[in-house]
Design a protein. Structure first.
Length: 363
């Protein structure tokens, strides 16, 4: 039977619950090297278990007890997929550490203090036997947390170089109202039931009558209620797929105030009316999305370039000993908040904010 372990996730940083398991990992063996920097097996094991915990916590019930032997994609199990992701993440962290000087990145005294404090709490809250299963010494925890903090700050520095200027034209979002006449109904048990062909024809005829009423001058929203349609609002551009690609394509060709004819889909009939050619609120949201995409792409491109130029070595013999089937690891949430009863200094606030980034998935 697979033995159980728990990692307590405290404000997106690692602390510990009870951990049990067994292993024969040589923690001093090199697991990954990037140029002249090396990470030993203890760091690899600790970080891999951290990623394992996220998967077991959020996907374990869905994937079952044999989740790590389940195929994630063709030719690769979930264990292989997660361990490969852990390797790449650690390699990126080493590259960020190597290039941190290029971006004038450093950890503040407050950040270092918070990392050290968390690592010590982790060590104090767990027995030696428990910690050995995930290489959870204070020193190892501190090294992993330090790498993750540096990676987060370097990523932020790189993303600061992204172009943040986005025009209304590039981000333009239109607005529509649309009415849906469904080809399904709900029976007495609450189950959805598809209409007969004859009933569908009647629904389509009703939708066509609605269009005629609107074209005759009836208010779109009022007529929707009168004809039993479901009225909704949406913002869109040419690439949108809601409520459907067919509706978006038809509405995108119209001027403000115009409405489409009946658009039939497998689900039912739609009629849309364009209410604005530039919804400013939605456009501003789209601008922010475009900027975020540019930042993410710049960071990804930078990391890809570093990886291409780097001398990276992965020692598979070490990674094979980090066996997800031998030890189960999950995340236990805590309601505690650092500094809840005290005033934070600027450094402490910065450190806590940075620590909360630690739970983010990397590259």
């Amino acid at each position: 039977m697979k033995k159980k372990a728990v990692i307590l996730f405290l404000s997106a940083m690692l602390a510990a619950g009870s951990l049990t398991g067994c292993g024969s990992l040589d923690e001093s063996a090199v697991a990954v090297s990037v140029n002249d920097k090396e990470l030993t097996a203890d760091v690899a094991n600790f970080y891999a278990r951290y990623m394992q915990a996220q998967y077991e916590t959020y996907y374990g019930a869905y994937l079952g007890d044999d989740m790590w032997n389940t195929e994630a994609e063709e030719g690769e199990t979930y264990e292989e997929s997660v361990k490969n992701a852990a390797k790449e993440s650690l390699e990126i962290m080493l590259l960020c550490e190597e290039h941190m000087g290029d971006y004038e990145v450093s950890l503040s005294d407050g950040e270092k203090e918070e990392i050290s404090k968390t690592a010590k709490e982790f060590a104090e809250d767990n027995s030696l036997e428990d910690k050995e299963k995930i290489s959870g010494s204070a020193e190892t925890a501190e090294r992993v947390l330090t790498l993750m903090a540096i990676q987060g700050k370097v990523q932020e520095a790189i993303e600061a170089g992204a172009d943040t200027e986005v025009s209304d034209e590039e981000a333009a979002q239109k607005a529509m109202q649309y009415v849906f006449f469904s080809y399904t109904t709900t029976d007495d048990t609450g189950a959805s039931q598809e209409l007969s062909e004859e009933e569908k024809a009647a629904v389509k005829e009703n939708a066509q009558a609605f269009v005629q009423a609107v074209q005759g001058g009836d208010d779109f929203a009022t007529a929707a209620t009168e004809y039993g349609g479901e009225l909704s609002d949406a913002t869109f551009d040419a690439e949108s797929v809601t409520p459907s690609e067919e509706v978006v394509a038809a509405a995108d060709s119209l001027e403000a105030g115009a409405n489409t004819d009946v658009i039939e889909t497998d689900a039912g009939c739609y009629v849309a009316k364009v209410t604005s050619l530039l919804d400013q609120e939605a456009t501003e949201t789209k601008k922010a999305q475009i900027v975020d995409e540019r930042k993410a792409q710049l960071y990804q491109d930078t990391c890809d370039e570093w990886r291409e130029e780097a001398d990276i070595k992965e020692h598979d013999s070490v990674w094979k000993k980090i066996d997800f089937n031998d030890l189960s690891v999950t995340i236990k949430q805590s309601s505690e908040e650092p500094y809840a009863d005290e005033v934070q200094t600027d450094d402490q606030a910065e450190a806590q904010e940075n620590a909360q980034e630690i739970g983010r998935a990397h590259v």
